[in-house]
Design a protein around this ligand. Structure first.
Ligand code: ADP
Ligand code: MG
Length: 334
C-alpha cells in the first residue's frame, strides 16, 4: 500500500513535471509577431520567446526603426543629412558616420560603382518626384560633375564637403542599417532569436528556437520560389529594376544609376545578396547590381561569407558557388 502510494506520487510528480516542462518550452519557443508599415513597405518582425519579453522588444524595435529611418531621410528637414545637403553643415552623428564609412570603403573597392554622392543624378532623373523623365545630355553632364565620393571628406569625427554642391543620398544603404538597428534593439531587450522581414529584405538573427530559420528565396524576376536556405545570423537583401522605374518610349528606366554614364545601370535586372549583416548585404546588393553579373559575381566570390543570385538582362540567372550548395529545394508538398 505504502509502495503503491509512493509510485502514484512519483507518477503524478513526473506528469506534473512533464506538463510544466511542456508549458515552459511552449513559452520559451513561442513565436511572437507583429507588422508595421515602415520605409514604404510592410515590415514584419518575428521573435522567439515568452510573449512578456518578445512583445515589448518588438515594439521597441519598430520604434527604433522609425526613428532611424527618419534620421536617414534626406527629405526630412530635421535630418543631419538635410542640413549637410542644403547648408553644408558637417555631419557628426555617429550612426550616419558609421554608415558613410562603410559606403566610402565600398566605393573604393568598386571603383565608384556604388557612390552615395549619386544624389544630384537621382534628382535630375526625378525618381523621387511625381514626373520622372529622361533628362537631356547637358543636364546629366552637369549632375555628373557633382558626383564623386572623392568630394567627401571623413576625418576627425566629421563628414565634410570638398565642394559645396555635393549632395549625399543613403537610399541604397539605409534600409540595411535600419534592419540592423532593429535587430540590435531586439537583442538588447531579451529577444536575440528573431527574424525581420522588410518586404522581402530579410535578416534572420540567431535561431528559430532549436532549429535554424528557413528563408524562402524567390526568383528575383518572377514569382516562383527557387528554394530555401536554412540560416542563422544571415541577411538577404534584394535590388531590382522593377522596384522604382518609369517607362518612356517603350524603354524601362530604373532607379539604380551608373555613376560612370549617368544612366540607369545596364546588364542586371535583379540581385539577391546574402551576407552576415543587413547593412553589408544592402550596400553590396546595390554595388553588385551596378557592377553587373560578371564583375559583380567576381567580387562576391572574393568576399568571405557573401553569396548572391544575379539575374542578367538576358534573363540568365546566376548563383555564386556557395549559394549553389546552400540552396535547398522545397519539398513537393509545399
Ligand atoms: P531599393 O530602394 O529598391 O531597396 P536599393 O537598395 O538598390 O533599392 O537602392 C536604390 C537607391 O540607391 C536609389 O533609389 C538611390 O537613392 C540610390 N542609388 C542609386 N544608384 C546608386 C549608386 N550607384 N550608388 C549608391 N546609391 C545609389
Ligand atoms: Mg541597396
Amino acid at each position: 500500500m505504502k509502495h503503491l502510494k509512493a509510485v502514484l506520487f512519483l507518477t503524478a510528480l513526473i506528469v506534473a513535471g512533464l506538463f510544466a516542462f511542456r508549458t515552459y518550452n511552449a513559452r520559451r519557443f513561442h513565436l511572437e509577431q507583429d507588422t508595421r508599415f515602415l520605409m514604404d513597405t510592410y515590415v514584419t518582425i518575428y521573435a522567439v520567446g515568452p510573449a512578456s519579453t518578445t512583445k515589448p522588444a518588438i515594439r521597441k524595435a519598430f520604434d527604433r526603426m522609425q526613428a532611424v529611418d527618419e534620421k536617414f531621410n534626406i527629405h526630412n528637414p530635421e535630418s543631419p543629412l538635410y542640413a549637410f545637403n542644403e547648408a553644408g553643415t558637417p555631419i557628426t552623428d555617429p550612426e550616419i558616420l558609421a554608415v558613410t564609412r562603410l559606403a566610402l570603403s565600398v566605393s573604393r573597392e568598386t571603383d565608384g560603382a556604388f557612390d552615395i554622392t549619386i544624389s544630384p543624378l537621382v534628382d535630375v532623373w526625378g525618381f523621387y518626384g511625381d514626373d520622372p523623365a529622361v533628362p537631356d545630355d547637358a543636364t546629366i553632364d552637369a549632375a555628373l560633375e557633382r558626383v564623386g565620393y572623392d568630394n567627401l571628406e571623413l576625418a576627425g569625427g566629421a563628414l565634410r564637403k570638398r565642394r559645396p554642391d555635393v549632395r549625399i543620398d543613403l537610399g541604397g544603404i539605409a534600409k540595411g542599417y535600419v534592419i540592423g538597428a532593429a535587430a540590435e534593439t531586439l537583442k538588447e531587450n531579451g529577444a536575440p532569436s528573431a527574424l525581420i522581414d522588410a518586404g522581402g529584405d530579410v535578416y534572420a538573427m540567431g535561431a528559430k528556437g532549436q532549429t535554424p530559420w528557413k528563408v524562402g528565396i524567390r526568383n528575383p524576376r518572377g514569382d516562383e520560389i527557387l528554394g530555401y536556405v536554412e540560416v542563422m545570423d544571415l541577411a538577404v537583401m534584394g535590388s531590382g529594376d522593377y522596384e522604382r522605374f518609369f517607362m518612356q518610349e517603350g524603354r524601362r528606366y530604373h532607379h539604380i544609376l551608373d555613376p560612370q554614364t549617368g544612366y540607369p545601370s545596364e546588364g542586371t535586372i535583379a540581385v539577391n545578396l546574402f551576407a552576415a549583416d543587413p547593412l553589408t548585404a544592402d550596400v553590396w546588393c546595390t554595388a553588385v547590381f551596378v557592377l553587373g553579373p560578371e564583375k559583380g559575381l567576381e567580387m562576391v566570390e572574393k568576399k568571405a561569407g557573401m553569396e548572391a543570385i544575379v539575374v542578367a538582362e538576358t534573363g540568365e540567372k546566376r548563383l555564386s558557388s556557395g549559394l549553389k550548395r546552400l540552396l535547398k529545394a522545397l519539398p513537393q508538398t509545399e
